[in-house]
Design a protein around this ligand. Sequence first.
Ligand SMILES: Cc1cc2nc3c(=O)[nH]c(=O)nc-3n(C[C@H](O)[C@H](O)[C@H](O)COP(=O)(O)OP(=O)(O)OC[C@H]3O[C@@H](n4cnc5c(N)ncnc54)[C@H](O)[C@@H]3O)c2cc1C
Length: 311
Amino acid sequence: MHCICNLYRYDKIKGLPEAFETPGVCSNYSPLYVEKTTKAIKEFKAGGDAVFTLPNSPIKCAGAPQKILYIAEETFRLQGKPANMVYYTALPVIFGVKKYADALWKVVKERGINVNLRHDLIEVKPDTREAIFLNLDTQEKVVQHYDLLHVTPYMNAAPVVRDCKELSNSEGYLEIDKFTLQHVRYPNVFGLGDCTNLPTSKTAAAVAGQFGVLRKNLGAVLDGKPMKGVYDGYTSCPLVTGKNSCILAEFDFSAPPKPLETFPVNQAKERSSMYLMKAHAMPFLYWQGMLRGFWEGPAIFRKAMRLGMSK
Ligand SMILES: Cc1cc2nc3c(=O)[nH]c(=O)nc-3n(C[C@H](O)[C@H](O)[C@H](O)COP(=O)(O)OP(=O)(O)OC[C@H]3O[C@@H](n4cnc5c(N)ncnc54)[C@H](O)[C@@H]3O)c2cc1C
């Protein structure tokens, strides 16, 4: 029940499946326990420890573990409940793109959130309400008391792809060319989305960008013509930092990744306009545009807003 297609590996964290049945332990990644998040935030008592995690594996929407951290912190602050806010991430950085990482460090410092880099949740002890983390650099164990624990689980490649050795790479992801989206061994196979080895952040926004390239290239191959579509790694993460603020991170898959922003403003700034877009425009784009095959990402708007001076 805890795993959808064995994709979300709650079972890899000792004691977590049992801990989910106790108050205060939740995960927005689980259809079973997502509703516990709101309850845990509502029932949180002043002076408690609120702990949020990001695991040591590629995950869907790398910003989601932080969004809930900021929403919870704002809620407690507005309710006048002091809280010890702690974020543990297995990553060596707070975010993979420096421009947005700098902005997020400012947010966490201003709000007094404690950030622990390179720490991975390995065990939960619901009886004592303790979360055990492994320091990935020193291999030491760190014990953290929690009153609220929001867990982002390890994530696997989709088993249906992983188990097909001809199509997948050694990590289990569909092995496609990162520019054309054509399979590296089978020219009649194309791929997009979270099941692929594309070296970009796994988001629906990335899927939209990939869709335009795939449509062009698959069509060209079917017509016996050369492929002209080139994926630039576009992905986006609306980093909601509160009930009316959002940093709209948009970036590519350069090494290191570079911002690829749609709007001619500094998108690393927390803005209510970006929050309104995330809350109201994006669901419309998703349901009416993307799922119907009309939305291929914002590249066309980015180019228009920069008077054709951008990719
Ligand atoms: C909590 C959370 C927050 C997120 N926030 C954002 C955000 O703000 N912005 C954003 O752009 N993205 C966000 N994402 C990421 C986004 O949801 C994914 O990147 C996107 O859904 C990927 O689409 P996909 O079709 O590639 O994969 P999926 O959405 O995972 O779809 C794969 C489908 O295949 C099905 N499947 C698997 N195996 C089989 C099989 N053997 N037979 C049949 N069907 C099968 C699965 O059940 C699933 O329905 C978020 C994700 C999560 C979990």
